[in-house]
Write a protein that binds this ligand. Structure first.
Ligand SMILES: Nc1ncnc2c1ncn2[C@@H]1O[C@H](COP(=O)(O)O)[C@@H](O)[C@H]1OP(=O)(O)O
Ligand SMILES: [Mg+2]
Ligand SMILES: [Mg+2]
Ligand SMILES: [Mg+2]
Length: 342
């Protein structure tokens, strides 16, 4: 790890590992009153809050001056109704923080709620900032399927480091006996790799070439998050015969980076949802460092300097270089068909 972000990468992998252990152990013990519905109707669990508290505390310890753009905030936990959840979050976060990192005595409830709320940075074009999505794909997490613990470092609007932990993802898709649980890391200019969940056995990742027979789309499980019908149309324009692989979270970027699927296509459903930077920053650097390309449906790069969101939603196309140009052309053809109809 001899590069300008070696310390950041080491700290980020340690933080994601700790958070992955926390989320997978909390899943087996999750009970009914440990999940809330947020203002945008999406679910959030004690696992999301505790994982953000852990990652934010570890980052603050190592890089006290760095701002954080994190998905969660502690506002729903201050009220009396939030007390049971709050106590559980404090217990889980302290368990994870004191386990092996030697961060000293247990943190107080106030310190941990402050750590969650340190994720309130508005983002922007200048300087260093971290993004945290403590559980990306909370719906997948609740179903016992794919989810990801996601961390990135953005410098002057460019993603320099991405770390994604996927506790439920098979280590090797063709060798199920190797078990589940992987960490993916990428540093701009220094490649992408997959590690085991305990941070060992680095394997470099390179996206292979695909043909219409081997290409298929990676897409959301949730029909409300991206348009399944648009992807079907693009598939038929490209003569893709394999059905799409549906999977929650940035695990899709990870699978793409290690040669599964061939293209991740996420087109808006037309309800005006703005994509969040923490949902794409680590995936973007991972795919680019594995030799791929990530753009919106116009072929423009994603802009991580606009604030907490990517701005107006033009969708996301991620794929290996050659597949990307074919998919982009088909996406534009499908968009033109839609325009011609209205
Ligand atoms: N209406 C929506 N449209 C698109 N994405 C959404 C929407 N609501 C939540 N998300 C976010 O989309 C991502 C999941 O996408 P996918 O369907 O590909 O798994 C998550 O980050 C999820 O947030 P969260 O992090 O809270 O789970
Ligand atoms: Mg969420
Ligand atoms: Mg997310
Ligand atoms: Mg999340």
């Amino acid at each position: 790890m001899s590069h300008a972000y070696a310390t950041e990468e080491q700290v980020a992998v340690a933080a994601v590992r700790r958070a992955c252990h926390l989320t997978s152990s909390v899943f087996n013990r999750l009970v009914k009153n440990e999940t809330l519905t947020k203002g945008d109707k999406s679910p959030v669990t004690v696992g999301d809050y505790a994982a953000q508290a852990v990652i934010s505390s570890i980052l603050h310890h190592a890089f006290p001056g760095d701002p954080i753009v994190g998905e969660e905030d502690a506002s729903d936990l201050h009220a009396e109704e939030g007390r049971l959840m709050r106590d559980r979050i404090i217990e889980l976060a302290n368990e994870a923080l004191t386990a092996e990192l030697g961060l000293g005595d247990s943190a107080t409830a106030e310190e941990l709620l402050d750590a969650i709320d340190r994720g309130n940075h508005p983002g922007g074009r200048d300087g260093r900032m971290w993004t945290i999505d403590p559980i990306d794909g909370t719906k997948g997490f609740l179903r016992g399927e794919q989810y990801a613990v996601c961390l990135s470092l953005i410098v002057d609007a460019k993603v320099q480091l991405g770390v994604i932990g996927c506790p439920n993802l098979p280590v090797d898709p063709v060798a199920p006996e190797r078990g589940i649980g992987c960490i993916f890391t990428a540093v701009r200019g220094h490649g992408a790799q997959q590690l085991t969940l305990n941070g060992s056995n680095p394997t470099p990742l390179v996206i292979p070439q695909t043909t219409p027979e081997t290409l298929n789309f990676l897409e959301s499980v949730e029909a409300a998050h991206s348009s399944h019908s648009f992807n079907d149309r693009v598939s038929s324009l490209l003569n893709i015969t394999r059905p799409p692989t549906r999977m929650d979270s940035q695990a899709k970027y990870c699978c793409l980076a290690r040669g599964e699927g061939g293209a991740y296509l996420r087109m808006p459903t037309g309800v005006g949802y703005r994509e969040k930077i923490w949902d794409h920053a680590p995936g973007q650097v991972l795919v680019e460092e594995a030799g791929g390309v990530v753009t919106d449906s116009r072929g423009e790069p994603l802009d991580f300097g606009l604030g907490r969101t990517l701005g107006e939603n033009f969708g996301v196309i991620a794929a290996g270089k050659e597949a990307h140009s074919r998919v982009l052309a088909a996406v534009q053809e499908a968009l033109n068909e839609t325009k011609a109809k209205v």
